[in-house]
Design a protein around this ligand. Structure first.
Ligand code: NAD
Length: 457
């Protein structure tokens, strides 16, 4: 038997004891997880910096802080979320009581990507713990410093039969997804998402897929161009564009494009100065393969700002590319880096058909003061989630569930959605022995059929 199988078997045995279902136990574990983050804040910031030079501010605001607020929200609500819920009884089931018991799936597997190595490992863990599961977490091999720190901190504070971190890459991950987990939560690329789903299908393991895609960002002529440029530049270049919900490409109304590009240049300059390479706030590309992939996109269109790169430092400047066509290489796949192509449109129909001709995106952003246009876009285009007049900030609200649709994934989490995703809703009807209404029993006749039709119409 392999070590991985031994870990899973131990977790299954522990789950069977019922310990994780105890609400006091879950609360204690959530508090422990929060303590780890609070007490090791600086260590985690340092480890992420070693992996790709992310600033302390970004690591706190986009990772540690978000997990802490999600834990606080879960602690505040766990009692009410876990209560048995009564639902009403239709006439056909009268008399009876009907209720829903929320139960944990059992042993959960969480596979995380590298781009927000703390957030995307820990936030699903919050859901797994709150819902009463055991969990095995496989963080990314591309952030070795952060992933090792997470492994050490979790193993120091939690029993492995409850939470266990497995370090490794494709080999470990592929072995894990073929094992008998009760639920899989995967965050990563659409390509690997398909592999995970195929493996999960072999055992009919329920799963959530948090994937990527090309998220459009529309700027209409009624938008405040200066503020829009600032918010788009921030959302695109935070984490050096290595964000699943970053605006992938811009669709700017033709009449305002020139002016908007001026504001965008100013906004980038204000964020990172004349030489972003020297800015302590601008991260690096995660590895050579991603650097090479991104560098090959720099020759598309016409460079408005940026375009510089340094392979040795894995640096790519915040770059805006104008005069891009839909056939250009940069418009084929998710960019996942600090390069922003700009297209223009003259009619909203064109804009909608460009978006709808592609797989459904994880996020969509629209900058406008035109309520009708906003309604039209929000109601005709399908996307995972998004924002009006901002980018990425929607992730900071744990009342908004987060997830994709179509090729950007399915299922959701954050706040109560995390609890729901890691739970099974067990529906139960309870009947008294008396009265025992005879109508449903054979032999049937027209009178019975007539009565049933009256009730079920
Ligand atoms: P990835 O799909 O390459 O890897 C994700 C995880 O899967 C890693 O832990 C990796 O070890 C594992 N893995 C890789 N190949 C595997 C295989 N064949 N079988 C089993 N496991 C395998 O993704 P990545 O490069 O780490 O992350 C970037 C992608 O993730 C982007 O597409 C991005 O949009 C997406 N993403 C999505 C979200 C979201 O919340 N929807 C968040 C962050 C990133």
């Amino acid at each position: 038997m392999t070590d991985l199988q031994i870990h899973l078997d131990r977790q299954k045995e522990f789950f069977q004891t019922g310990a994780t279902k105890d609400i006091a136990f879950r609360i204690e574990q959530l508090k422990k997880l929060k303590e780890i983050l609070v007490e090791n804040e600086q260590l985690l910031i340092d480890e992420v910096h070693k992996d790709f030079q992310k600033s302390a501010f970004e690591t706190y605001v986009t990772e540690i802080g978000l997990v802490i607020t999600d834990i606080n929200f879960a602690l505040k609500n766990i009692e009410s979320w876990t209560k048995q819920r009564s639902v009403s009884t239709p006439l056909v089931n009268f008399p009876s009581k009907n209720f829903i018991i929320t139960e944990p799936y059992g042993s959960a597997l969480i596979i995380a990507p590298w781009n927000y190595p703390i957030l995307l490992s820990m936030q699903p863990l919050v859901g797994a713990i709150t819902a009463g599961n055991t969990a095995i977490l496989k963080p990314s091999e591309l952030t070795p410093h952060t992933s090792s720190a997470i492994e050490r901190l979790i193993s120091e504070s939690f029993e492995p039969e409850f939470l266990k971190v497995i370090l490794g890459g494709v080999e470990e991950s592929s072995t894990l997804v073929k094992m008998d987990f009760d639920y899989i939560f995967f965050t990563g690329s659409t390509r690997v998402g398909k592999i995970i789903m195929r493996d999960a299908a072999e055992r009919l393991t329920p799963l959530t897929l948090e994937l990527g895609g090309k998220s459009p960002c529309i700027v209409d002529e009624t938008a405040n161009l200066e503020i829009s440029a600032k918010r788009i530049a921030w959302g695109k270049f935070v984490n050096a564009g290595q964000t699943c919900v970053a605006p992938d490409y811009l669709l700017v109304e033709k009449s305002v494009k020139k002016e908007f590009l001026k504001h965008l240049k100013t906004a980038i300059n204000q964020l990172y100065g004349d030489d972003p390479k020297e800015s302590p706030d601008y991260p690096r590309i995660i590895n050579d393969a991603h650097f090479d992939r991104l560098a090959s996109l720099l020759s598309d269109g016409e460079t408005v700002i940026g375009g510089e790169s340094d392979k040795e430092k894995r640096y790519i400047a915040p770059t805006i590319l104008n005069n891009i066509s839909l056939e250009d290489k940069i418009m084929q796949d998710e960019i996942f880096g600090p390069i922003l192509p700009v297209l223009d449109y003259t009619s909203v129909e064109d804009c909608i058909s460009i978006i709808n001709a592609r797989p459904r995106p994880l996020a969509l952003y629209i900058f406008t003061s035109d309520q009708k246009l906003e309604d039209r876009i929000l109601n005709t285009v399908s996307f995972g989630g998004g924002a009006v007049n901002d980018t990425i900030a929607q992730l900071g609200n744990h009342h908004l569930s987060f997830g994709g649709v179509g090729a950007s994934g399915f299922g959701s989490y954050h706040g109560k959605s995390s609890f729901d995703s890691f739970s099974h809703q067990k529906s139960v009807m309870k009947k008294p022995f008396w009265p025992d209404v005879p109508i449903r029993y054979a032999p049937y006749d027209d009178l019975k059929l007539g009565l049933v039709k009256k009730v079920l119409k």
